[in-house]
Design a protein around this ligand. Sequence first.
Ligand code: FMN
Length: 212
Amino acid sequence: MNEFMKAMEFRHACKLFDDKKKIPKKEMNVILEAGRLSPSSFGLEPWHFLVIENVKIKEALRIACWDQPQVTTSSHFVVLLSRKAKFFKEGSEYLDESFGRKAKDEKTLKNAEKAFSNFVKKDLGTDVKNWAKMQVYIAGANMMSAAAFIGIDSCPMEGFNAKALRKALIKNVPPFDNKSYGIACAIAFGYGVDKRHDKIRWSLEKITTFVK
Ligand SMILES: Cc1cc2nc3c(=O)[nH]c(=O)nc-3n(C[C@H](O)[C@H](O)[C@H](O)COP(=O)(O)O)c2cc1C
């Protein structure tokens, strides 16, 4: 098996971490970089990662996360935020800035914004809020794969009460900008001490149709 597939097998939704073991900064950066380098629709990177190491803050958030022990035993608890819809309105500062990184002049910039705006109005099968969240999940998946590649366990988490977690972030995490970001999901990272469970998956035949 190649190294990447070994990592895919290694990754499991870890239920308990060793709360004495910290992920070194360099390795945490590898995980976050994998998130940063992820693809996103129109390259708009609608994400922000809150990386929480503080034990007291993790305790405060755990209650909102169905009291799951992964939150407090993790080395780093990452809340993946998604930008709110206001950032994606035609002519917004964020669109100007984002498309401006590639556009060589004003006309190309405006065309890019128009194309994105048309996509949202005519072609997108969901609202912008959901669209943004979908991008954030891609970043999260890449972070977990990168973590597994360097022997670090993770647990993706949607098991939280969104309202309660938002309130807990507002109260305990001052840099959280509630007006600009919603919560997409969370991922706990650390070194697992739980018993690894077997992978339960449908066969490739069942979930794949090759069309020639
Ligand atoms: C978006 C998402 C949210 C999840 N939320 C939780 C969670 O809150 N708590 C938990 O223990 N596992 C959670 N899981 C893990 C899944 O239950 C797990 O990935 C699935 O059962 C397959 O097991 P495996 O990842 O160990 O192979 C979540 C997975 C995803 C993708």
